[in-house]
Design a protein around this ligand. Sequence first.
Ligand SMILES: Cc1cc2nc3c(=O)[nH]c(=O)nc-3n(C[C@H](O)[C@H](O)[C@H](O)COP(=O)(O)O)c2cc1C
Length: 346
Amino acid sequence: MLRYLTAGESHGKALVAILEGLPAGLRLEPERINKELKRRQGGLGRGKRMQIESDLVQILSGLKNSITLASPIALFIENKDSSIEKLHKVFSPRPGHADLAGVLKYGFSDVRNVLERASARETAARVGCGAICKIFLDEFKIKIFSRVLTLGGESDYQSMREKIYEAMAKKDTLGGIFEVVAQGAPVGLGSYVQPDRRLDGRLAQAMVSIPGIKAVEFGLGFGYADRFGSEAHDPIYYTKGKGFIRKSNNAGGIEGGISNGQDIVIRACMKPISTLLKPLDSVDIKTKKSSKAAVERSDICVVEAAAVIAESACAYILADAFLEKFGSDSLDDIKLNYRNYLKRLR
Ligand SMILES: Cc1cc2nc3c(=O)[nH]c(=O)nc-3n(C[C@H](O)[C@H](O)[C@H](O)COP(=O)(O)O)c2cc1C
C-alpha cells in the first residue's frame, strides 16, 4: 500500500511529507521533483507569495546513492516566509474558506490558527509526493498531462489573460476547468469488488481533496446525461495485432471501477479564489458585529496550478493501484510481473 502524510503551516518553518510503499530500486533525483514544484508555483493570476517562495525539495530519507530502499521517503520544503509567530491575528472569517467552521470546530479565538494549515500551500508537499509517483510510473511508460480548458468562462489564452486583468482591476478572483489525462495505464488497475477499490472513486477523492475543487467528471461526465445509451458507450472490437480495441473513449478509460487500457480522462472545476481584495460581508468572531472578511496576501486565479496538483493526485492513485496489482517490494520484480501480465493479455 502506498500512502503519504503531509505536515506544515503556510508560514511555518517548512512543509514536510512522508511517502511510504514505493519499491526498492527506483532512481530518484530531486531535480525532477523541483521541476514539478516549480510548475505548481506558476500560471496566470498568481499572487505575491509565489514570488517570495521558490520551492526546492530536500530528500531526507529512503534513498542510498539516489536509489530507493523501500523505506519511507521524507521530503522537506523550506518556507522562505516563516513568520507564523509574528503574523497579525485574524477575526473576520473569509466566506469560502475553512475559517469560520474551523474556529468553531477547534475552539480557536484567532482565525489564523485555521488558515495556516487550511491554506493550499500544503499542496507543495503533495506535489512532492506526486512527482515521485510520476517517476515510478515513467518506468512503465505511464505519462500524466494536464491542460486548462476554461478560465473565468474563457477558453482561448488571450481571452483568459484579459479576464485575469479584468478580475485584477475589479479586485475580484476567478476559477475554471482543467483536464488531466493519463496515457499508457494498463487495463486492470482498480477493481469493482469493493466500493473503496474503484479506480474512479479513488481518483475522484484525490481530485476533490485539492483545495477549491468542486466538481469532477470522467470521460463524457455530465455529458452522459443527455445522450442515448447507444451514443454514450464505447463499442468493443478485436484485431489480431492490437487485441481488444475501442474507436471512442467516452468512458474516460475506466469502466466498472477498472482501467480499461484507454487514456484516463478527468476534468475538474475549480471555484474562484475565496480571499477577495474587495471583501464580502463577514462577522467579527470576538464582537459578533458585522465586518468585512479578512484580506490576506492572495492569488487571483490558480487553475493552472490546480491542474499540476491534480496531475500529482492522479499519479499517486495510479501508482498505488499499480503497486497493488503488480507487487510493491522490488522494482525488478514488479517489471517482471508487469511483462508477464502483458504477455498473458496478448
Ligand atoms: C494552488 C492553490 C493556491 C491557492 N491559493 C489561494 C489563495 O491565494 N487565496 C485563497 O483565498 N484561496 C486559495 N486557494 C483556494 C483555497 O485554498 C480553498 O478554496 C480553501 O482552502 C477552501 O477549500 P475549499 O474551496 O476546497 O472548500 C488556492 C488553492 C490552490 C489549489
